[in-house]
Design a protein around this ligand. Structure first.
Ligand SMILES: Cc1cc2nc3c(=O)[nH]c(=O)nc-3n(C[C@H](O)[C@H](O)[C@H](O)COP(=O)(O)OP(=O)(O)OC[C@H]3O[C@@H](n4cnc5c(N)ncnc54)[C@H](O)[C@@H]3O)c2cc1C
Length: 417
């Protein structure tokens, strides 16, 4: 490929922040809220024009359970606050649109037996949820920058000193204390020179709404994919989310599939009016690129307690499993003031498939945002210098659940008690 050299230019420094969060998906919103509530001057950079990422702009509206399926809540803090906020204006279920409130047994003093049957979950209206997250960010004092894409990370030794961004002001720089990469694609990690892993196993997928005879219906549309994030057992064609041509390729292939399905439906029901509505505004990529930290969460770590755990999570695929999420999976190694959150933490294969869902992205966001704020306050942003017990103490104050007993399998926990 031939090249051209871009002339060097001086960039205006348009802001100075204790914590910069890259990406306004669920993980980024949780990270920014946690950082700002911990007193950090916080900026949230989002390339699009809404908060929630795949959950809202991608129409992936199922907030999967925060409990273990045996009636025990394993995620609290911001994961629960966002869950409840996502449906707080919903007065009754709207099954057709799949707006489903949190079961009342999970209210304070609710029926314990019912909690084994009805899980702590909900399904939300993606547009209402976007607006609610904007309100939360404004209340917390997060400075929100839409239409702003991270383009480069400038390093000063082992730390990022400035983020270079592009928006309507052109190309500018932000001076930063600590950075949370919640881009879903580990963009900040890759741009800062941190080791990453990328996969080209994404399939055609695009959750969208149809209007059928005047009624909105959600279409949870995806080709089959593998829990191991590999091609075996998945339906091609396959796409990487970090190559420009394949990003567009996935979007176009998905829209062709939607068009064919709408045409088929019209042929089967010629009396019906069927129209696509609210196509995903973000490509529905499950796994693109992630941090490759010295320690990566793997399938065998299910039911394992880690002394540096920053949260627990259940497993959306089945009742029973509980996982602890160690701080090591969020923390960059070479760049000391960089953490990850959400679907780009260091988690692989079946563990990654478990950790990439909305509630789990929220708990890693809260962990990363809190750690970044504490590191910026006391250690010049150095996330390796941070005391993990102090971080855990602060997270517990924020109602994050960090109980080693919950990580044991239910039968073992019952025998021990
Ligand atoms: C088809 C499909 C179905 C799914 N079903 C479910 C489900 O039923 N329930 C569930 O809980 N989860 C589901 N998931 C997974 C879940 O939705 C996502 O993994 C999760 O929402 C990811 O959150 P995140 O914040 O880590 O990343 P994202 O949601 O990807 O957010 C990243 C944000 O960063 C922004 N960004 C990216 N790069 C930059 C940059 N360089 N500069 C500035 N901004 C940037 C993006 O615009 C985006 O807003 C599904 C995923 C897919 C694809």
């Amino acid at each position: 490929m031939s090249t051209i050299t871009e002339p060097a230019r001086a960039l205006p420094i348009t802001g100075r922040y204790d914590v910069a969060v890259v990406g306004g998906g669920i993980a980024g919103v949780a990270a920014a809220l946690a950082a700002a509530r911990n007193g950090a001057r916080t900026v949230l950079l989002e390339r699009s024009f809404g908060l929630g990422g795949l959950a809202t702009l991608g129409n992936v509206v199922m907030y999967l359970p925060l409990c273990d399926g045996h009636g025990r809540q394993v995620m609290g803090g911001l994961a629960e606050e966002l869950l409840r906020r996502s449906v707080h204006e919903l007065r009754r279920p709207e099954r057709q649109m799949q707006f489903v409130p949190v079961p009342s047994c999970w209210d304070a003093g609710g029926d314990q037996a019912a909690r084994r049957e009805h899980r702590l979950e909900a399904a939300f209206n993606p547009f209402s949820f976007q607006i609610e997250m904007e309100v939360l960010c404004a209340e917390a004092g997060v400075e929100l920058c839409y239409d702003t894409r991270l383009c480069a990370c400038l390093r000063d030794g082992a730390r990022i000193s400035h983020l270079v961004v592009e928006n309507k002001d052109g190309r500018t720089a932000l001076e930063v204390g600590a950075v949370v990469d919640a881009s879903g694609d580990a963009d900040a990690c890759a741009l800062a020179g941190e080791p990453t892993v990328s996969l080209d196993t994404n399939v055609i997928a695009g959750w969208h709404y149809l209007i059928v005879d005047g009624k909105l219906t959600i279409q949870a549309m995806s080709h089959g994919f593998s829990e191991n994030a590999d091609r075996e057992g998945s339906d091609g064609p396959f796409f990487s989310g970090v190559k420009a041509s394949e990003v567009t390729g996935q979007v176009l292939a998905t829209r062709r599939w939607i068009r064919e399905r709408v045409r088929g439906r019209r042929e089967r029901h010629p009396e019906s009016e069927v129209h696509p509505f609210a196509l995903p505004a973000l490509p529905n990529f499950r796994m693109t690129r992630r941090l490759d930290a010295p320690f990566t969460l793997q399938a065998e770590h299910m039911h394992t307690w880690f002394d540096d755990a920053i949260a627990l999570t259940g497993d959306w695929r089945k009742r029973g499993p509980v996982w602890a999420l160690p701080y090591r999976c969020l923390r960059a190694e070479r760049v000391r003031n960089l953490l990850t959150a959400g679907r780009c933490i260091s988690s692989a294969g079946r563990a990654w498939d478990m950790s990439r869902v909305i509630g789990t992205c929220a708990v890693t966001g809260e962990g990363a945002g809190t750690a970044a704020a504490l590191a910026a306050r006391s250690h010049g942003g150095d996330c390796h210098a941070l005391s993990v017990p102090a971080l855990q103490e602060q997270l517990r104050r924020q109602r994050v659940i960090l109980d080693p007993a919950l990580v044991r399998p239910v039968a073992a926990a019952a025998a021990a008690s």
